[in-house]
Design a protein around this ligand. Structure first.
Ligand code: IPD
Ligand code: CA
Ligand code: CA
Ligand code: CA
Length: 263
């Protein structure tokens, strides 16, 4: 696989898709719900995914594609070259805020992450990495993460951590929130992952993410020394939904072992 050529092609189609999405904000969106009333999808999520599938298959019909909106073929395995795509991550932000949403792409070969992209569409910031060649935000190479103690950390968690659920011990999460320097919630998993790889935030965790939420970010994470895993400290799974954490290496284990406490 010609990595440099695929990287240049991917950057080009991400920028083209981003421009189409920005243009779409001046038109009326068609909004539908999926699994529940707050699980939204628009015609632009679907059109963007279709745009990627058409472009990628025109480039090489052998490439396999897993996209959130299911516009491609069902994926049977991670064998070969697999593109894992979230056409718009943060659809609710896209609809309501017209900002704070991203395009995310991870390109894997036989399950190994080779190229990762998170594109903040409205800020025109592209976070990306090529395996073994470092990670970048636009033209700037990202530094490896500096170690820091948990009490100086900013962590990304959302309101699901304070609603009753079968996974966690709430008192532990309250302890964690008291212990850290601050918490943030942006409503786009990929942009939260981007914040961690840049060192603007030190951890982000979720009780349920899908492969397309994490595939691109995991490749970038490896290049800056951020640790990604599920909340049981096992390797991420790119074929199913799972819990997720990305964190500075200094605090990853501490958060899992001392605070998350999956029941
Ligand atoms: C969602 C966002 C959100 C996260 C959800 C994701 P979508 O992705 O990343 O921040 O909390 O779990 O499903 O549906 O907007 O692509
Ligand atoms: Ca969605
Ligand atoms: Ca999405
Ligand atoms: Ca998503």
């Amino acid at each position: 696989m010609e990595i440099t050529a695929i990287h240049e092609f991917t950057v080009k189609i991400i920028h083209e898709a981003g421009e189409r999405i920005r243009q779409s904000l001046s038109e009326k969106l068609e909004i539908e719900t999926k699994a529940n009333a707050n699980d939204l999808v628009t015609n632009i999520d679907r059109e963007t995914e279709l745009f990627f599938i058409e472009q990628i298959h025109a480039y090489d019909p052998a490439f396999k594609i897993l996209g959130e909106e299911g516009m491609g073929e069902p994926l049977e395995s991670l064998d070969g070259v697999v593109w894992i795509i979230d056409p718009i991550d943060g659809t609710m932000n896209f609809i309501r805020q017209h900002r704070n949403f991203a395009i995310s792409i991870g390109i894997y070969v036989d399950g190994i992450g080779k190229l990762g992209y998170i594109y903040d569409v409205m800020r025109n910031d592209l976070y990306y990495a090529v395996e073994g060649q470092g990670a970048y935000m636009n033209d700037r190479q990202l530094e490896r993460l500096q170690s820091l103690p948990l009490h100086e950390a900013i962590i990304g968690i959302n309101a699901t951590w304070v609603t009753p659920n079968r996974y966690i011990d709430h008192n532990k999460i309250i302890d964690l929130v008291h212990h850290v320097r601050g918490t943030r919630s942006y409503g786009s998993a990929t942009l939260e992952i981007a914040s961690v790889v840049c060192g603007r935030m030190d951890a982000y965790m979720s009780m349920r993410l899908s492969p397309w939420d994490i595939a691109g970010g995991a490749v970038i994470a490896n290049e800056v020394g951020a640790i990604v895993s599920n909340l049981g400290n096992e390797a991420i799974n790119l074929e199913e939904q799972d819990t997720f954490i990305i964190a500075n290496p200094k605090i990853h284990k501490t958060i899992i072992e001392q605070y998350v406490h999956l029941k």
